[in-house]
Design a binder for this molecule. Structure first.
Ligand code: PRX
Length: 638
């Protein structure tokens, strides 16, 4: 056994699961002892799902960076903490040992202090996948500032919305970011966002691409200059600020069924315990192994399984700046070969995209170091699962299909590598501490073993969200009202006779495009902003690579431009307002939308049409004007 709380056999899983459900306080008490605390907790758990109020390890004091860095210095100072592979295969990779990472985090934490950042301040981080992104995240945590990382693909408007919502007064960014053959002008996007955010006091800009940027006097400073100042002024040490177990660690915005993303708030202690516990147990991580999570730190997967999970376990985490297809579709396999990666954790969409290039990109690549494979973000289809297993895992690697969400902080339902069996396209069993239930449409728990329903969680777990930033009521109404006394995931699922879960997808108006959550209302709002658009309705449809594509039905007023140009303009508008990830794959101009007499759009019908259905559209008798359906069917491009 490598970690005291690592599960190595099926029997151990059964015992751990049973104990965690029957005596959660005793169970998590014994696990939390494996961390470094300034002061021990007084009460393990206090909760209700009505307010909701969730408190783990009440009274405990700690700093997560002492758990991710300081405590490894004694015996693991020279172990690589972060490995970094550039977008450019010719550029030298970087290795930061625990000692070096500790030094750099302390140094940058001092930069933050010098620039006036205080405990509790919100700091927005908008950077490419460079080691300094992880350093910035950890430096915030070190001084108790609440980081809010925004994925580098979001637009200026999206950033401004998030800055305003969190009232973030500090921004950390880069001049630009390399992704494939592009250099994305991040600072320029931030400049546009900051026009609407005069409350931002300071922007710290890291040099990466060396593209020209405008630096505003009094507001913008260079990362490198600020580091020089702390280098010349004394002690590189930065003592970690003592945090309460329940103090917020970070905010991460995610889409819901309303038009406005919500700021999911995670706490210091519970999140740490959960990220660590799930990392060690889902991947069966052994010290010394190289863990390669291909996500971006802008998403929860990067937070939990590039930064906090691996580092709290003293592990070696590999960060990749680029994209899987640059300079060619063999890039992931080159990286696995080069760094002798042991655990590869990626998204089904990436697997499907790489599958489409055939087996040639694998030729000459030694993948024998791989021991465990993982997937996350969306259901994995069986074809992709087998391709991954046969060609990447060579039939020797368990695949963990990990179901979880931004709100859950870490993996919730998944097989555990080498411990509990995997089943193609099933997330399988809940992790210890997780009590999933399926509810029918009346909110009644389905107690038969084989079942299909809406997936809820019955009891709190340490890594669950605590609130939505600045609006606790929103947290309550989003997750705890539809099914009182349960946390509602927004997903549908089935359960087989052995208790294995298969996630069937979102049951709310949230799309999952390439493993990214996008609210249909957000996309509609953006489309409706375009001049001439009267109304729109957005639904998902099956997409070979992305899992789900975005299909937009748009009512457009008569205008002087031809529709092909309007289509491009609408795409441009969505890119400007949200980001390229939300661009519809299909735009169909229509004259009307199917609505009920009360004015509600019948998305069910639109979804069926988008899926290619022409006959069985279900009951259309309640429609105000059933002829619009025929019009839409006639106008559909085949
Ligand atoms: O619908 C589920 C899907 O992704 C949603 C969560 O998205 P997000 O908060 O962006 O987090 C993604 C990374 C954790 C879920 O509600 N999802 C995630 N993992 C799986 C999945 N669907 C099926 N199988 C999975 N393994």
């Amino acid at each position: 056994m490598n970690y005291p709380h690592q599960i190595s056999t099926l029997e151990q899983y059964d015992i751990a699961y049973k104990t965690s459900i029957e005596s959660p306080e005793a169970f998590w008490d014994s696990i939390a002892r494996n961390f470094s605390w300034r002061k021990k907790w007084e009460k393990v758990l206090d909760w209700n799902f009505i307010e909701p109020k969730i408190e783990w390890f009440r009274g405990g004091k700690l700093n997560i960076t002492e758990n991710c860095l300081d405590r490894h210095l004694l015996s693991n100072a020279n172990t690589p903490a972060l490995l970094w592979e550039s977008n450019d295969p010719e550029e030298h990779h970087r290795v930061l040992t625990y000692k070096e990472l500790h030094f750099k985090v302390s140094q940058f934490a001092n930069v933050l202090i010098n620039n006036g950042v205080l405990k509790g301040d919100r700091v927005c981080i908008y950077m490419g996948m460079v080691p300094e992104l992880a350093i910035a995240v950890l430096a915030c945590a070190r001084i108790g500032a609440v980081h809010s990382v925004i994925f580098g693909g979001f637009s200026a408007q999206s950033i401004a919305d998030r800055l305003i919502d969190a009232h973030a007064t500090f921004v950390i960014t880069c001049d630009g970011a390399f992704r494939g053959n592009k250099a994305i002008a991040l600072k320029e996007v931030i400049d546009d966002a900051l026009v609407a955010c005069p409350f931002v006091k300071r922007t710290i800009v890291l040099t990466r691409t060396r593209q020209p940027v405008s630096m505003i006097k009094g507001r913008d400073v260079w990362w490198e200059d600020e580091i020089r100042k702390v280098e010349t002024h004394g002690n590189p040490e930065c003592k970690a600020v003592e945090m309460d177990a329940e103090d917020p660690l970070f905010i991460l915005y995610t889409s819901g069924s309303t038009g406005k993303p919500k700021g999911v708030v995670h706490s210091c202690a519970g999140y740490m315990v959960w990220a660590n516990y799930t990392f060690i147990n889902v991947f069966n991580y052994h010290p010394g192994e190289v863990h390669f999570c291909t996500a971006d730190i802008g998403w929860i997967t990067g937070h939990s399984y590039i930064v906090y999970g691996p580092l709290s376990a003293g592990g070696t985490s590999l960060m990749f700046e680029g994209v899987p297809t640059f300079p060619d579709a063999g890039r992931f396999w080159d990286i696995v070969d080069k760094f002798k990666v042991n655990i590869l954790y990626t998204a089904p969409t990436a697997i499907r995209s790489l599958m489409s290039f055939g087996l040639k990109p694998l030729e000459g690549k030694d993948l024998s170091s791989l021991r465990v494979l993982g997937t996350v973000g969306e259901p994995i289809n069986e074809e992709a699962w087998h391709w991954y297993s046969d060609n990447i895992g060579k039939g020797n690697c368990p695949i963990v299909d990990t179901w979880w969400q931004t709100e859950t902080g870490g993996v919730m339902i998944s097989n555990m590598a080498g411990v509990t069996p995997g089943i193609p396209s099933l997330a399988t069993l809940p992790l210890p501490g997780i009590l999933p239930v399926l509810l029918d449409e009346n909110g009644v728990e389905i107690t038969t073993q084989e079942a299909s329903g809406n997936l809820c969680i019955k009891k709190p777990w340490p890594g669950m969200l605590r609130t939505t930033y600045g609006d606790h009521e929103r947290c309550r109404t989003n997750y705890f009202v539809m099914y009182p006394n349960f946390y509602f995931t927004g997903d549908g699922a089935t359960r087989d006779m052995n208790g294995n879960y298969r996630i069937t997808g979102r049951v709310d108006d949230v799309l999952n495009v390439s493993g990214h959550r996008i609210g249909t209302a957000e996309v509609e709002n953006a489309i409706n902003m375009h001049v001439g658009v009267i109304e729109s309705a957005v639904v998902g449809f099956p997409h070979d690579i992305k899992g789900q594509g975005i299909y937009a039905y748009v009512i457009y007023s008569e205008g002087t431009h031809e529709l092909s140009l309007v289509r491009q303009d609408v795409l441009k508008t969505v890119t400007r307002l949200i980001g390229a990830i939300a661009k519809p794959d299909v735009i169909q101009f229509v004259t009307g939308l199917p609505k009920t007499r009360s004015g509600k759009i019948m998305r069910r019908i639109l979804r069926k049409i988008a899926e290619g259905e022409t006959q069985n559209l279900g009951d259309t008798s309640t429609l105000l004007d059933p002829t619009v359906v025929d019009e839409i069917l006639k106008g559909k491009e085949v």
